[in-house]
Design a protein around this ligand. Structure first.
Ligand code: QAP
Ligand code: CO
Length: 177
């Protein structure tokens, strides 16, 4: 499976992802293809829509105490549903589909989520800290929402200006090379 990360302002990022019904080899192929892409891009989370697959599939790999990511800690989450929330927190978020931009975003501090694993088994997870933030960020992708959609009007304006400038510079760099 040959996948590439799509970036804002690609309109596909606004699509709602479909519930997974078949826990078959194709799903496993998608999950197995997403992992190396996330790792190569230095990501801690990746939703399938970011590789142009509108399925309710996401990966999260939170680094350990030594700031190292390992496959053992990989979470494969399919058809997630939030069942409980509490508290409030704020974290400087980024996104592989919005490269080089980071902003503080408000999230719930703790959440409980029901989901399915790659074989369709039902699981649940109680999350806090970075995992809770990553889950909310990635679940937003399944609803076509990016973290930049949560910015105030003035911060969004600032983002659009900075991002357009960055895209222009990227384009110019290609010409020079
Ligand atoms: C979502 O985001 C997230 O701009 C995952 O140049 C964000 O992995 C979860 C990244 C905040 C928890 C907290 C972004 C890598 C990675 C960039 C990411 C970049 C290189 C973002
Ligand atoms: Co993202």
């Amino acid at each position: 499976m040959n996948l590439e990360i799509i970036e804002y302002p690609n309109k596909m990022l606004k699509e709602k992802s479909e519930k997974v019904e078949k826990f078959d080899a194709r799903l496993h192929e998608l999950l197995d293809a997403m992992y190396p892409i996330m790792m190569a891009s230095n990501g801690i989370g990746l939703a399938a829509i970011q590789v142009a697959q509108a399925k309710q599939v996401l990966l999260i790999n939170i680094p350990d105490e030594e700031d190292k990511q390992s496959h053992e800690n990989l979470l494969e989450i399919i058809n997630p549903v939030i069942t409980k929330t509490s508290g409030q927190t704020s974290y400087q978020e980024g996104c592989l589909s919005v490269p080089s931009f980071y902003e503080d975003i408000d999230r719930f501090e703790q959440i409980s989520v029901n989901f399915q694993d790659r074989d369709g088994n039902t699981k649940s997870i109680d999350a806090n800290g970075l995992l809770a933030i990553a889950l909310q960020h990635e679940m937003d992708h399944l609803n076509g929402i990016l973290f930049i959609d949560k910015l105030s009007y003035s911060r969004r304006k600032k983002f659009e200006k900075e991002y357009k400038k960055m895209l222009k510079e990227k384009k110019n760099n290609k010409h020079i090379m």
